[in-house]
Structure formats: structure tokens, C-alpha cells
Design a binder for this molecule. Structure first.
Ligand SMILES: NC(=O)c1ccc[n+]([C@@H]2O[C@H](COP(=O)([O-])OP(=O)(O)OC[C@H]3O[C@@H](n4cnc5c(N)ncnc54)[C@H](OP(=O)(O)O)[C@@H]3O)[C@@H](O)[C@H]2O)c1
Length: 250
């Protein structure tokens, strides 16, 4: 990877998937900025990575819904003193139970604020920085849930569909400036978000997901399904005609 040893920013590192991904970059020799809203847990993860991987790991506070703080956050990353930023990976996300999101607009709005609005807010600032330098990468975790709206989680799914479309446009814009954008679409991964949910199948571990995400990012994939077979599962699901899809209980 040409960005080897450049600083990588991981947003939402208290997610098990993000933590395992930070590990992958650190093991490859990259210093990392680890950002999340739980300062204690973030400092713990940073100390662990510094000890095991012998690279610098800088903990930083990041709250997705504090849009007004995003500019100073991005500036702090740029001025962290640990060298050039090679890329940023947006890993955080929010999902509540679909019936709650249907009946409580605050939950629906939070789903969009965290998964989509905040991504636009923070990634545009990183995009401007990379665009000016003519290098770097942006990656973000969307979801297979954004590929088709289903009754069981269409509010979360709609926020991720918006994120995927946003990233597609960003990729198109930044391609012309030498900056790459990767959209990551996991299927089911065993994390806090999915703990106790019914009907899960083909569940990946956070470590398996992180290895696949790392590979997709360093090989500059456009859209990566994680694990890979979800591409084909979603291909089938996307091709079910609407007249039939609306009758299904998904
Ligand atoms: N697990 C799956 O099956 C699956 C499938 C497809 C996509 N995804 C996506 O994968 C990503 C990681 O999720 P996960 O499964 O690892 O779940 P998770 O363990 O619940 O992680 C979610 C992360 O988002 C952070 N977060 C939530 N709201 C935030 C806010 N307002 N500001 C800053 N950070 C916030 C959480 O911070 P706290 O630790 O402080 O709560 C946590 O770090 C998410 O984007 C999720 O949508 C997950």
C-alpha cells in the first residue's frame, strides 16, 4: 500500500469491528488516531495497540451528533504531529429496534443523524483535506441493509442506503483528485449492535470482518461486501420483483 506508515484515523473505535480494523492497520505499521465518544474505553484501546503493535495510537474524543465540533476534530487529526494522514475509516453507526424507530421520531432522526448526516459533516472535511493534497483514502461502513428496504429494519436501512449513495458520489468526485473511496457493506457481524437479535445467519466475527475490510481498503475496492458472499445474497434479494418482495416477511 502506498500509504504505508501514514496515520490512519478510525472513527468509532469502540465498535469491536473498528477495534479489530485498527489492529490490522497498526500491525501493518501505521500510527493510528482512534476516535470515539467513550474517552475511557478509547484510551484503553489506544494503550493496548501501542503496547502490542509498537506504533503510536492517539485517542481522541468524537461525538457524531456534535456537528459543530467536527471541523476542530478534523483539524486536530491533521495537526496531531504524527505525520500525514493516509486515510480515514468511518466505523460508527446507530441502530435501534425498528418498531421503536417507527413510533418515536427522535429515534428515527437519531438513526439518520448518526449514520448519514454526521458522515456527510465529518467526511466532507476530510475530503477537502485529501482533495487539496491529491492523495488519501476514505472508507466507511454502510450495510447490506441499505441495498433493499425491508419491514424489519427499513429506517436503519434507509439511513445506510443514503450513506451508500453519498459515498458513491464522493468516490466519483474524488476519483478525479487521486483520492479513493471504499464503501463497506457487512452482512451480519457478532457485535453489540446485533447482540440478541433474532433471525441472524452466516454471522461473521469482528476479526473476520476487519480482515476483509482491511483488504478491501488497501486494494482500493469501490464497494466491498463483508464477507464476500453477501454480494451474491444481495444480488438475489435485489432481483426479487417488487410485486413479490412486498408480500415477503423480511
Ligand atoms: N453488526 C452488524 O451485523 C453490522 C452489519 C452491517 C453494518 N454494521 C455497521 O457496522 C458499524 C459498526 O457497528 P457494530 O456492529 O460494531 O456495532 P457497535 O458495537 O454497536 O458499534 C457502534 C459504534 O458506533 C458508535 N456510536 C454510536 N452512536 C455514536 C455517536 N452518536 N457518536 C459517536 N459514536 C457513536 C458506538 O459508540 P459507543 O461504544 O460509545 O456506543 C460504537 O463505537 C456500524 O456502522 C453499523 O451500522 C454492522
Amino acid at each position: 500500500m502506498s500509504d504505508r506508515a501514514k496515520m490512519i484515523v478510525i472513527l468509532g473505535v469502540t465498535s469491536a469491528m473498528a477495534r479489530a480494523l485498527a489492529d490490522e492497520f497498526a500491525k501493518a505499521g501505521h500510527p493510528v488516531i482512534l476516535a470515539a465518544r467513550d474517552d475511557e474505553e478509547t484510551a484503553f484501546i489506544a494503550a493496548d495497540i501501542r503496547t502490542r503493535c509498537e506504533v503510536n495510537a492517539i485517542p481522541m474524543h468524537f461525538e457524531a451528533q456534535a456537528f459543530e465540533d467536527h471541523e476542530s476534530f478534523v483539524n486536530s487529526c491533521i495537526e496531531s504531529g504524527e505525520g500525514t494522514i493516509g486515510g480515514v475509516v468511518l466505523c460508527y453507526g446507530f441502530m435501534d429496534e425498528q418498531p421503536k424507530a417507527q413510533s418515536d421520531f427522535d429515534i428515527a432522526r437519531r438513526t439518520f443523524d448518526v449514520n448519514l448526516t454526521s458522515a456527510i459533516s465529518v467526511l466532507e472535511k476530510f475530503a477537502a483535506h485529501f482533495e487539496a493534497r491529491g492523495e488519501g483514502f476514505i472508507a466507511a461502513i454502510s450495510s447490506v441493509a441499505g441495498d433493499r428496504g425491508r419491514q424489519s429494519n427499513y429506517i436503519y436501512g434507509a439511513s445506510k442506503a443514503g450513506l451508500s449513495a453519498y459515498l458513491e458520489g464522493l468516490r466519483n468526485r474524488l476519483y478525479h483528485r487521486g483520492v479513493h473511496v471504499t464503501t463497506i457493506k457487512p452482512g451480519f457481524v457478532d457485535t453489540k449492535m446485533t447482540f440478541g437479535l433474532p433471525g441472524l445467519f452466516l454471522v461473521a466475527t469482528p476479526q473476520q470482518a476487519a480482515k476483509a475490510m482491511y483488504k478491501a481498503i488497501v486494494t482500493r475496492k469501490n464497494t466491498a461486501y463483508v464477507p464476500w458472499f453477501w454480494r451474491y445474497i444481495m444480488l438475489i434479494i435485489r432481483h426479487v420483483p417488487d410485486w413479490q418482495f412486498k408480500k415477503m416477511k423480511l
